[in-house]
Design a protein around this ligand. Structure first.
Ligand code: ZN
Length: 283
C-alpha cells in the first residue's frame, strides 16, 4: 500500500523529521551584472536572502521568489562591495546581517561604506537606473561561527578576509556561499594578499565536507571544481608574493592569470592586485 502523500507529523519517523528540519532549500538567481549570484535559503516557511542584486526588475523577481518560499526574516551581505548590497531595499521587513567590519562601517558612516555606495550611484547613473540608494539604518554583526536560523535549520557564518576586509561566508547544510572567492569567471581581486591566501587555504580544508559551492559570480561549483579554482588562485597569489618579496615589477607583470585572461579589464585587475601587494609589503 502506498503511504499517504502528506502523512500527519506523528506518522513521520523521528529521524526523518530531523532530516526534514535541516534540509534547507537553496535557490540561486543570476543577475545581468557580472553574473552576480543572489541566494534564497529557505526552510519551514522562512527565508534568508544573501547578496540581493542588482537591477530593479531583477529585485522584483527575487522578492517574488523569496515570497513564494516564505517570510524573509533576514538579508545577509557577504561583503560591502556595491553590487552585492544595494538590493536589501526589496526586503524592507528583513533584518540585515554582515560581518562586524561592515556593520561598523555602515554604523559609523565610514569611508568603506561611503565609497561602496558612491560606486553604485555612479554605475546606476551611467546606466540610467532610476532609484535612490542607501545603506540600511542598522546592520547586525555576525562573528566567526555565529549562526542564523531559517525555519528549523542553522546557517553558520565564517569570516573570510582577503578580497575585502569585511568578507563573510555562510555554510548552509553542505553548501558554501563564499561571496567573491572561487569565481570561475574572474581572477582573484586582492585587498590583502596574506589574508587572501589564508582564506583560500581555509576553504580548501573545508571542501571535503561540502556538497557544493555557490560563488558570488558565476555558476554553482562541485567541490572538485572549487578545489581546482582554489589551487589555481593560490598558485597565482604565491607568484605575486614571490614578486613582492623581490620588488620585481617586471616579474609581476608577466605572471599568467589563473583564468579569464581574455576578459576585458582582467589585466588591469591584475595590475591593481600587484599595487595592493606592493602597498602591504614593507621596504
Ligand atoms: Zn567584491
Amino acid at each position: 500500500m502506498r503511504p499517504p502523500a502528506n502523512p500527519a507529523p506523528e506518522l513521520i519517523p523521528i529521524v526523518e523529521r530531523i532530516l526534514m528540519a535541516v534540509a534547507i532549500r537553496i535557490d540561486v538567481t543570476t543577475s545581468g551584472i557580472w553574473q552576480l549570484s543572489s541566494i534564497v535559503l529557505s526552510d519551514g516557511g522562512e527565508c534568508l536572502v544573501v547578496d540581493p542584486g542588482y537591477f530593479p526588475r531583477e529585485l522584483v523577481d527575487l522578492a517574488r521568489l523569496a515570497g513564494e518560499r516564505g517570510r524573509a526574516r533576514g538579508v545577509v551581505f557577504t561583503h560591502g562591495h556595491w553590487d552585492h548590497v544595494v538590493g536589501w531595499t526589496a526586503f524592507p521587513e528583513a533584518a540585515v546581517h554582515a560581518s562586524r567590519a561592515l556593520a561598523d562601517a555602515v554604523a559609523g558612516g565610514g569611508e568603506l561604506a561611503r565609497a561602496n555606495l558612491d560606486k553604485a550611484r555612479d554605475f546606476d547613473g551611467r546606466w540610467y537606473v532610476d532609484r535612490s540608494l542607501a545603506w540600511p539604518a542598522s546592520v547586525a554583526a555576525l562573528g566567526e561561527g555565529d549562526s542564523l536560523t531559517v525555519g528549523g535549520a542553522a546557517v553558520r557564518a565564517l569570516l573570510l578576509p582577503g578580497h575585502s576586509p569585511d568578507g563573510l561566508a555562510l555554510i548552509a547544510d553542505g553548501t558554501l556561499l563564499c561571496g567573491d572567492y572561487l569565481s570561475p569567471l574572474e581572477i582573484p581581486f586582492v585587498d590583502d594578499l596574506a589574508a587572501y591566501r589564508q582564506t583560500l587555504a581555509r576553504m580548501l580544508a573545508l571542501l571535503g565536507e561540502l556538497d557544493q559551492v555557490v560563488p558570488g559570480h558565476g555558476p554553482r561549483l562541485s567541490p572538485g571544481e572549487a578545489r581546482t579554482i582554489a589551487r589555481a588562485d593560490l598558485a597565482y597569489l604565491d607568484a605575486l608574493a614571490r614578486c613582492a618579496e623581490r620588488g620585481d615589477d617586471a616579474g609581476a607583470a608577466a605572471i599568467a592569470l589563473p583564468r579569464a585572461a581574455s576578459v576585458p579589464g582582467m589585466r588591469e585587475h591584475h595590475a591593481a592586485n600587484w599595487q595592493a601587494c606592493r602597498r602591504r609589503t614593507p621596504g
